[in-house]
Design a protein around this ligand. Structure first.
Ligand code: GDD
Ligand code: MN
Length: 370
């Protein structure tokens, strides 16, 4: 039999001395029992309470544990990212030091990847069967609002979780930035993966020590969100709408300009409309290729031809629905019905354009990370 994949548990710490003696034995016991080969990296930011020394002391009995004392760039996310670089494991798991995350779920997260074929496994408080104990209403409310703002970035139910495991390849080479406390969200937006699974967990408030995450967290989170929304390939529907809006303005502006400069007979109108349409489609293509779908690895010419076919097809549908069926057949030409119909047609056409782009024009080849 092949040996089981190696697990690295990464535990970021700042002043967690009191928790080390509880966490580390609780973690090591079950992993040894299950025969999972592992190491634990305690990523400590030179905690003044002596967490590092305590870990070294405990590692005499638990040799799998190593304290890595950091002296620069203090913070939760940078510590975890350093942990990713330092790790020997095939599976990398991140958890808090304060016993908020149940150690029993560690083998489950590992198994979800090794046996379940997931690339990312999230210890989720919001999956069926998961929950949060002892949190005041306000903290739950803030957490809920924060998750809501991240909704378009990921389909994971708990992207705020600090408890997750990834296959090494998910983070290796990913352009992770240490901004923000939400390292999982960063991984979900920028990592290379296809399958995500969730393991329900009960999150307990820390028993010892105090939370390090104060009021700066909210501002930091909002800045982090802006960066993540701007990142190529994140939240495609939102980027697609935005790009489509700029393309629409370009189309309209160019058409108006040409008609004003040259004239507006029927032939001219058709020619100019075609020119401005092609210009807007090309503009949209470039932005959607690099930014909306982050598809610059695919073959450009093929993508362009397909994107254009979809755009022309959608244009034909627009014309057919509005002019032909709407006006000629149904006779809709008065307010507010004409306006209502126009809005409906725009929605239909946008959906066609989006799906055609996503599922056909910019579809990534199988095997290629998204
Ligand atoms: N190395 C390092 N440096 N570790 C840190 C730092 C730091 O500057 N700040 C906090 N940590 C460690 C803590 O020692 C703890 O192990 C973990 O990061 C979480 O910090 P807490 O202070 O316990 O924060 P929390 O309970 O408010 O936040 C937790 O819950 C969030 C979900 O609501 C964390 O798990 C977050 O990651 C999680 O998103
Ligand atoms: Mn905590």
């Amino acid at each position: 039999m092949n040996r089981s994949p190696f697990l690295t548990v990464i535990v970021p710490t700042y002043n967690e001395k009191e928790n080390m003696g509880l966490l580390l034995p609780a973690l090591a016991g079950p992993l040894r029992q299950d025969g999972i080969p592992f190491e634990v990296l305690v990523m400590d930011d030179s905690s003044p309470d002596g967490t590092g020394g305590e870990v070294r002391r405990l590692s005499k009995d638990i040799p799998e544990v190593r304290a890595i004392v950091r002296t620069k760039d203090r913070g939760l996310s940078p510590s975890v990212i350093d942990g990713f670089c330092e790790a020997k494991g095939d599976v990398l798991l991140v958890m808090d030091a304060d016993l908020s995350h149940p150690v029993e779920a560690v083998p489950k997260l590992y198994r979800a990847i090794v046996d379940g074929g997931s690339d990312v496994a999230v210890g989720s408080r919001h999956a069926k069967g998961g929950c949060i104990e002892d949190w005041p209403f306000m903290r739950k409310f803030i957490s809920w609002g924060a998750s809501l703002m991240a909704r378009p970035l990921t389909s994971c139910s708990d992207p705020m979780s600090g408890f997750f495991a990834v296959r090494r390849s998910v983070v290796e080479g990913a352009p992770l930035r240490a901004k923000g406390y939400k390292i999982l969200l960063e991984v979900l937006v920028k990592g290379n993966y296809s399958k995500v699974s969730e393991v329900p967990i009960t999150f307990r408030d820390r028993a010892k020590g105090e939370s390090k995450l104060g009021s700066k967290v909210i501002i930091n989170y909002l800045q982090h969100l802006v960066m993540l929304y701007l990142h190529p390939g994140s939240a495609p529907p939102i980027k697609f709408l935005f790009v489509g809006g700029t393309g629409f303005l370009l189309d309209l502006g160019l058409l108006t300009l040409l008609l004003g400069l040259v004239g507006d007979s029927t032939t001219e109108y058709i020619v100019f409309q075609s020119i401005s349409f092609a210009a807007a489609a090309s503009w949209n293509f470039i932005w959607n290729r690099y930014w909306t779908f982050n598809a610059s690895k695919g073959r450009a010419l093929r993508q362009y031809i397909r994107f254009f076919i979809v755009a022309v097809f959608a244009f034909a549908v627009r014309w057919l629905l509005a002019r032909y069926i709407g006006v000629e057949v149904l006779g809709i030409d008065s307010q507010p019905y004409y306006q209502i119909m126009t809005v409906g047609v725009i929605v239909v056409v946008t959906v066609i354009n989006f799906l055609g782009s996503k599922l056909w024009a910019f579809k990534t080849d199988p095997g290629q990370p998204r």
